[in-house]
Design a binder for this molecule. Sequence first.
Ligand SMILES: *C1O[C@H](CO)[C@@H](O)[C@H](O)[C@H]1NC(C)=O
Ligand SMILES: *[C@@H]1O[C@H](CO)[C@@H](O)[C@H](O)[C@H]1NC(C)=O
Ligand SMILES: *[C@@H]1O[C@H](CO)[C@@H](O)[C@H](O)[C@H]1NC(C)=O
Ligand SMILES: *[C@@H]1O[C@H](CO)[C@@H](O)[C@H](O)[C@H]1NC(C)=O
Ligand SMILES: *[C@@H]1O[C@H](CO)[C@@H](O)[C@H](O)[C@H]1NC(C)=O
Ligand SMILES: *[C@@H]1O[C@H](CO)[C@@H](O)[C@H](O)[C@H]1NC(C)=O
Ligand SMILES: *[C@@H]1O[C@H](CO)[C@@H](O)[C@H](O)[C@H]1NC(C)=O
Ligand SMILES: *[C@@H]1O[C@H](CO)[C@@H](O)[C@H](O)[C@H]1NC(C)=O
Ligand SMILES: *[C@@H]1O[C@H](CO)[C@@H](O)[C@H](O)[C@H]1NC(C)=O
Ligand SMILES: *[C@@H]1O[C@H](CO)[C@@H](O)[C@H](O)[C@H]1NC(C)=O
Length: 302
Amino acid sequence: MPLTPLLKHLTIFNTDFLFVPLFIFVVTAEENKKVISTIGSTAELSCIYTPEKKFILNKLRVFWQIADGSKPCSVVHTFNSGHENQSEQCADFRNRTRLFQDKLENGIFSLLLLNVSLRDEHTYRCIVQKKDVVFRVIHNADVALKVAANNSLPVLSGPIRIHPNIGEEVTLSCNYSQGYPKPNIYWINRTDNSTLHPSSLKIIQDNDGTYSVFSTLKIEANSDIKVECIIENELLQQNLTILYSENVTNSNSTRSNLLDLNEPGAQAGGVLAIAIVLAGLAVLTCWLWKRKFSRRRSYAGN
Ligand SMILES: *C1O[C@H](CO)[C@@H](O)[C@H](O)[C@H]1NC(C)=O
Ligand SMILES: *[C@@H]1O[C@H](CO)[C@@H](O)[C@H](O)[C@H]1NC(C)=O
Ligand SMILES: *[C@@H]1O[C@H](CO)[C@@H](O)[C@H](O)[C@H]1NC(C)=O
Ligand SMILES: *[C@@H]1O[C@H](CO)[C@@H](O)[C@H](O)[C@H]1NC(C)=O
Ligand SMILES: *[C@@H]1O[C@H](CO)[C@@H](O)[C@H](O)[C@H]1NC(C)=O
Ligand SMILES: *[C@@H]1O[C@H](CO)[C@@H](O)[C@H](O)[C@H]1NC(C)=O
Ligand SMILES: *[C@@H]1O[C@H](CO)[C@@H](O)[C@H](O)[C@H]1NC(C)=O
Ligand SMILES: *[C@@H]1O[C@H](CO)[C@@H](O)[C@H](O)[C@H]1NC(C)=O
Ligand SMILES: *[C@@H]1O[C@H](CO)[C@@H](O)[C@H](O)[C@H]1NC(C)=O
Ligand SMILES: *[C@@H]1O[C@H](CO)[C@@H](O)[C@H](O)[C@H]1NC(C)=O
C-alpha cells in the first residue's frame, strides 16, 4: 500500500514534462539575487551579461531603477551611449552610485551603491539595451538589497569588582543599540550552557528604524557566575556576545575576616590589643610581687 504513491512520484519525476518547470526555476533563481549590506558600507548590485564579443559603449544603454514601483522617483543610475547622465537621478542616490566604467564593454553592468542606509532597502532592476538599428533590451536582472545594522556591540553590566555573597541576588543588565533587523536576545549560563530567562526585556524601534534592546537578568549567586548575553542578527547570521564572569564569596564571615586582616587599621588594632594584654599582665605581676613582699614584711614585722 505505501509503495504505490512513492512509485507514482518517481514516475512523474522521471518524465521530461517535469523537467521544464525545473529548468525555469533555476534560471529565475540566478537572475533574482539578494544582497545583504550593512549600514554605511558599499553594496555591489550585480548585473552581468557576458557577450560573445565586446560591447561598443556608444551603442549601449544601462538603466538602474527601483523595481518596487512604490516610490515616486525610481531612477538610480543611467548610462546612455557612452556617457553617464544623472539628470533624472533621484536625489537619494546623488553621488552614491558608480558603474565599473572599464568593465562595461565586457558585460559587467554591476552597480556600486555607497554609504548604504535603511532607506535603500529595495529591489533594484538593471536593464541593458544594445543598438543595432534601434535600441533593444538584451538583458535585465533584479537584485533585492537587504540592509542590516550592527554598528554597536552589546554592553553588559553587573556588580563590578565586588564579589557577591553566596545566595545573594544579583542583577545583570545587557543593552544593545541600533541593530537591524529586529534582533533576538539570549542569556546563557556558560557553566552548563543552559538558557536563562530574562527578568525584563524591552525592544524599541528608534526614529531611524533601528532597534535597541534593554534586558535585565536576576540570578541568585549560588556558585561562581559566568553568564553570557547574546544578540543575534538573523539576517547577517551573526551573534554578538559578551560575557559577565564573577566569583562569589564562599561565606560572609570568611570574607570579613580576610578583609579585616588586610586592612592597616585592623593590624594597628591587633597590636594595641596585644599591648593592652601585655600591660595587663605586667600590672598583675607587679601586684602579685607587691602582695608577696608586703606579706613578708608583715611577717617579718611580727
Ligand atoms: C552570614 O552571616 C549571617 C550573620 O552573621 C548569618 O546569619 C548567615 O547565615 C551567614 N551566611 C552565610 C552564607 O554564611
Ligand atoms: C541627459 O538626459 C536628459 C533627458 O533624460 C537630456 O535632456 C539631456 O540632454 C541628457 N544630457 C546629456 C549630457 O546627454
Ligand atoms: C556631489 O558631489 C559634488 C562634487 O563632488 C558636490 O559638489 C555635490 O554637492 C554633491 N552632491 C550631494 C547631494 O552630495
Ligand atoms: C552616509 O549617509 C548618512 C545618512 O544616511 C549621512 O549622515 C552620512 O554623512 C553619510 N556618510 C558619508 C561618508 O557620506
Ligand atoms: C558587522 O557585520 C560585518 C559583516 O558581517 C562585520 O564585518 C562587522 O565586523 C560587524 N560589526 C560588528 C560591530 O560586529
Ligand atoms: C541599560 O539601560 C538602562 C536604561 O536606560 C540603564 O539603566 C542601564 O544602566 C543600562 N545598562 C548598561 C549596561 O548600559
Ligand atoms: C549555571 O549552571 C550551574 C551548573 O548547572 C549552576 O550551578 C548555576 O546555579 C547556574 N547559574 C545560574 C545563574 O542559573
Ligand atoms: C558550552 O558551549 C561552548 C561552545 O558554545 C563549548 O565550548 C563549551 O565546552 C560548552 N560547555 C559546556 C559545559 O557544555
Ligand atoms: C546564536 O546563538 C543562539 C543561542 O545560543 C543560537 O541559537 C543561534 O544558532 C546562534 N546563531 C548563530 C548565527 O550563530
Ligand atoms: C574565579 O576563580 C578562578 C579560580 O578559582 C579564577 O581563575 C578566575 O580568574 C576567577 N574569576 C574572577 C572573575 O575573579
